[in-house]
Design a protein. Structure first.
Length: 263
């Protein structure tokens, strides 16, 4: 007779810390992941209004995921603060942008591909977002990432709603709900469109990101629409996707999944 204990699925070990903007420290089954590091008080024309994170616990991840090369997602000054032993996963064509930083391993990827880091499967997804780095919309194509182990975590990067979201089926969705301006254009998610994404993704838990962290230098405070975005997202989700638990985190705050989450 099979040992009933041995046949049970492994317990999930998942901790998600939102560090502001699209930067998250994700610990999934012993593998540490950092997304789109923005770890400086000022980047280009943006000034940080949220407190800067203490980097001691986050500066040496196993893998760094870069969803696209816009300056508020690929910030070379922030990458310089990290251990060069981390594996850097970037959209195809972006390796030349990070080569001078001296990371030991840089992996270029495109939607539909998969890489592995210490047993963690990382599936690369489509992202509906303008490519490139500067004003000309040419260059590396943005992507999102699905992290697969005892549970599935979706980091959307920057994206609009797209039909293929129905195929992703994550347990946790990390979704942008705003930006740094009074509104976000096509190719992004605001609170309303992020709930449309929830209807397609059908996760168990959603965490709103990409809000309330930076303001343009010509303003003293963030736009009200930006600051209010996560609560609007949560309120809409309660009505339209009541089965999804929305966790609104403040910068530096951590959500830890219960051990049975991945069962």
């Amino acid at each position: 007779m099979a040992d009933p204990i041995a046949s049970e699925p492994p317990a999930s070990s998942l901790r998600i810390t939102w560090l502001g903007h699209s930067t998250l420290a994700i610990e999934l089954d012993g593998v540490s992941v950092l997304t789109d590091p923005m770890l400086r008080a000022r980047v280009a024309h943006l000034e940080r209004v949220a407190e800067l994170p203490q980097l001691d616990a986050f500066a040496a991840p196993d893998v760094v995921l870069l969803s696209h090369v816009h300056r508020d997602h690929l910030d070379r000054g922030s990458l310089r603060l990290l251990s060069r032993a981390a594996e850097l996963v970037v959209p195809r064509g972006a390796a030349q942008l990070v080569a001078p930083l001296g990371f030991e391993r840089v992996c270029e990827v495109a939607a539909g591909e998969e890489v592995g880091v210490r047993g963690l499967r990382i599936r690369v997804t489509h992202a509906e977002h303008p490519p490139g780095r500067n004003l000309l919309a040419t260059g590396p194509q943005p992507v999102g990432f699905l992290l697969h182990d005892s549970c599935v975590v979706y980091f959307a990067g920057d994206t609009d709603v797209f039909a293929g979201m129905t195929e992703l089926r994550p347990d946790v969705a990390l979704l942008p709900v705003s930006g740094w301006g009074p509104r976000v254009p096509a190719g992004h998610l605001d609170a309303d469109r992020a709930v449309e994404a929830l209807e397609l993704l059908a996760p168990r838990v959603a965490v709103p990101i990409h809000w309330g962290t930076y303001r343009p230098v010509y303003r003293r405070t963030p736009y009200e629409s930006d600051a209010a975005a996560p609560e609007r997202f949560a309120a809409l989700a309660r009505t339209r996707t009541p089965s999804v638990e929305v966790r609104v985190l403040q910068p530096g705050e951590t959500w830890t999944a219960p051990p049975e989450f991945g069962a």
